[in-house]
Design a protein around this ligand. Structure first.
Ligand code: PLP
Length: 288
């Protein structure tokens, strides 16, 4: 029997009325880029995570790339991350001109093993990208301590961790910046590509706001070199409808994962474990 991993058609049918009203409002407004829906979503997401600033961008890959650029990462810098991440984490690093340097993972959590970081740091190391994978948060405390000791930026890759918590803190609020993806199949998914950057740092927020919009300070004044990477109004309207449902969906995923674990364990399969200080959002079952 084939069990679908996620059913986006069913999700749309369940939310059809509110999604159709929300998107129709955007069509009727005639305003599609950098408008009220995005402002509302940025406020909603920042409040949900308890961060000062949320900036909607074009995708998770661009959220990572713009975060690296905002931190001043340049040609020849080394960025510590993991090799079992999705390729876009590495695309962002290489597009920023930097070199990804891999730190091995913890075999139980599948996330970066903080005890292996220090040996990978050189005088070219400028940032760490811990990847919260399958909703499981990386053990952040030792990473933040090392980043502090060596003066490294920390950019959390939260593409798979909207709503996950570590020691009671929301993913994306612990490093200098947090990069999210709203690719349709993510646990908080738009109806196209989308991403967002969280930060508590006003200077970084200001830079990202410019970077996503051709480097503009105000219309036709381009103070830095920028990109075109904006979360559009239709995607923001959809995400405004879905965000209040995220915690419930995450709980549902964990309940389903618990049922799989109960059913698989007696068969001798190794099931994923939850890190003690992490509230995850979903799980991956690996048959080893
Ligand atoms: C861990 C991780 N990082 C980055 C990305 C990139 O996100 P996007 O597809 O929105 O560019 C993904 C998406 O698949 C991901 O899973």
């Amino acid at each position: 029997m084939k069990i679908p991993f996620g059913n986006l058609k069913r999700q749309y049918q369940n939310l059809k009325e509110s999604l159709d009203i929300a998107t129709q409002k955007v069509y009727d407004s005639g305003w599609f880029i950098l408008g009220k829906e995005l402002q509302e979503f940025e406020t909603n997401f920042a409040n949900y995570c308890g961060a000062n600033y949320a900036i909607g961008v074009g995708s998770g890959t661009e959220a990572l790339h713009l975060s690296l650029v905002a931190c001043g990462i340049k040609q020849g810098d080394e960025i510590l991350t993991v090799s079992n991440t999705c390729v876009p984490t590495l695309s962002a690093v290489t597009f920023a001109g930097a070199l990804p340097v891999f730190v091995d993972i913890n075999e139980h959590s599948y996330t970066m093993n903080p005890s292996l970081i220090e040996s990978r740091i050189t005088d070219k190391t400028k940032a760490i990208i811990p990847v919260h994978l399958y909703g499981q948060c990386v053990d952040m405390k030792p990473i933040l301590d090392l980043a502090n000791k060596y003066n490294l930026a920390v950019i959390e890759d939260c593409a798979q961790a909207a709503g996950a918590k570590y020691d009671g803190k929301m993913a994306g609020t612990m490093g200098n910046l947090g990069a999210f993806s709203f690719y349709p199949s993510k646990n908080l998914g738009a109806f196209g590509d989308g991403g967002l950057i969280l930060t508590n740092d006003s200077k970084l927020a200001e830079t990202v706001v410019k970077l996503r919009n051709y480097g503009q300070d105000q219309r036709y004044y381009h103070s830095i070199k920028g990109f075109n990477s904006r979360l559009d109004e239709i995607q923001a309207a959809i995400l405004n409808v879905k965000l209040p449902l995220l915690d419930g969906w995450n709980q549902q995923r964990r309940a389903i994962a618990k049922r799989y674990t109960e059913a698989f364990t007696p068969l001798g399969l190794i099931c994923p474990t939850e890190a003690v200080n992490c509230d995850h959002t979903y799980h991956l079952y690996v048959i080893r």
